[in-house]
Design a protein around this ligand. Structure first.
Ligand SMILES: C[S@@+](CC[C@H](N)C(=O)[O-])C[C@H]1O[C@@H](n2cnc3c(N)ncnc32)[C@H](O)[C@@H]1O
Length: 407
């Protein structure tokens, strides 16, 4: 098996995150090819796919292209898939799952197409090896991904397996947790570089604070995971992976001999003691518990460290949680808190409800567009000047492209 063979790699992401993924991928030194609303392409080998899996914070999946072909029937799909030397990629002892996205008139359901792909793979392996791999829905073994658009099919190895946004540290989710990849993108959008203070009132299960601590300590998010799709293929070069992990560990601050590292203070609070307990445990699992100061309190009582910091809040916004009338009052109180207690900071509110955002009663200096699942959301930015603009480092905070990995 040749793990150095170069082909197209597609890095997929949730809607609204592609510019963040682009920044990260470019920061890792890759030239970007085609770019779509939910993904982009680079050229690389299986080793590059491992590297992208290890380092990307805002992506969902890293797909390695195996084959693309014209296809106008399920029978043709079976035949084309059978032609791939699967016995060189998948051991009969492995577990296989096939996922797919179909946008073609030649089949009317993606499950049927997935089944054809699965049959072609296991029949080929059984023919060559005398045994066939087990298959099913779990994505914890080899994952093969089909994309069938009109008359054309693309067949990929999904080298991530389970989505990269599942970092595995969130053992205890609380109410309406943000996806880790979205939380990372929000933190990157604020321009946070780990130097100044970062405050997360309403922290819930702690996702924003934890992602910020991972960013501050330059810790590759993939270090937290022990299972990836690529580990189950015959391409997998375990020595290379160990080496890559150990380099990433050395590069992260506070590990590998840099134990004295401390970013600016990161403070996370919530009115719900259970949420804070969950956040504390999740942060410990992520290995950043020592970098975050937790407290149980109303957001308005949150202690703000001195300095021109960032305050980022994700209040409920009524679509999934919370009562609107009560939330209107909460958003108004957030505006008062920003005005009265947060001068010198840059404030951010992540919300999926523009009407509630207006209740804050302060002028936004910028609005970033995001999606939380299918809900269109905004990250609202507020410059919280202390009387005059003097003394505030606003020039550096004007965001063009997030300063991803140029540290
Ligand atoms: C949408 S959730 C935050 C989810 C979080 N971003 C995560 O990823 O887990 C909103 C949080 O605000 C908290 N909250 C609501 N009212 C609050 C208040 N007055 N003061 C502090 N926290 C409050 C809730 O307990 C809840 O944990």
């Amino acid at each position: 098996m040749d793990s150095a063979k170069v082909n197209t790699i597609v890095v997929t992401c949730s809607p609204g995150l592609v510019e963040y993924v682009r920044g990260e991928v470019e920061g890792l030194g890759y030239a970007i090819g085609d770019c779509h609303s939910t993904g982009l392409e680079v050229r690389g080998s299986e080793v590059d796919a491992m590297r992208l899996n290890l380092h990307l914070r805002t992506a969902n999946n890293v797909l390695f292209l195996l084959k693309q072909f014209e296809c106008v029937s399920p029978e043709e799909l079976y035949r084309e898939v059978s032609e791939v030397a699967w016995e060189e990629i998948i051991s009969p002892d492995e577990y296989l799952s096939v996922v797919g996205k179909i946008d073609t008139a030649f089949v009317d359901n993606s499950m049927f197409a997935n089944l054809k792909v699965k049959d072609a793979i296991v029949d080929r392996i059984a023919g060559k090896c005398g045994r066939r791999p087990d298959s099913g829905k779990e994505r914890d073994g080899v994952v093969v991904q089909l994309y069938w658009k009109d008359r054309r099919c693309w067949l990929y190895l999904n080298t991530s397996g389970v989505k990269l946004s599942d970092r595995t540290y969130r053992k205890i989710p609380h109410s309406a947790p943000l996806r880790e990849s979205l939380a990372a993108a929000i933190i990157l959008a604020t321009g946070y570089d780990g130097k100044g203070p970062l405050v997360c009132p309403m922290c819930g299960s702690g996702t924003l604070a934890i992602e910020a601590a991972l960013i501050a300590s330059r810790r590759a998010p993939g270090l937290l995971r022990s299972n990836y799709g690529f580990m189950h293929t015959k391409y997998f070069d375990e020595g290379e992976w160990r080496q890559m992990r150990s380099e990433a560990l050395k590069a992260s601050k506070g590990r590998g001999g840099k134990a004295a590292f401390r970013p600016g203070r990161i403070v996370a609070t919530d009115i719900d003691a259970e949420a804070v307990e969950a956040a504390r445990k999740n942060a410990a699992t992520a290995g950043v518990g020592h970098l975050i100061e937790f407290a149980v309190c109303d957001f308005a009582e949150t202690e703000l460290p001195k300095g021109a910091g960032i305050i980022v809040m994700n209040p409920e916004y009524g679509l999934r949680l919370g009562d609107i009338a009560e939330l209107e009052e909460t958003y108004k109180r957030i505006g008062d808190f920003f005005k009265q207690k947060c001068s010198g900071y840059t404030g951010y509110i992540f919300t999926g409800n523009p009407a509630l955002g207006k209740k804050v009663g302060l002028r936004t200096s910028r609005r970033f567009e995001f999606y939380n699942a299918s809900i269109e959301c905004r990250l609202l930015k507020y410059e919280l000047y202390s009387g005059s603009k003097k003394g505030l480092d606003t020039a550096k905070r004007v965001w063009t492209v997030p300063p991803f990995y140029w540290w």
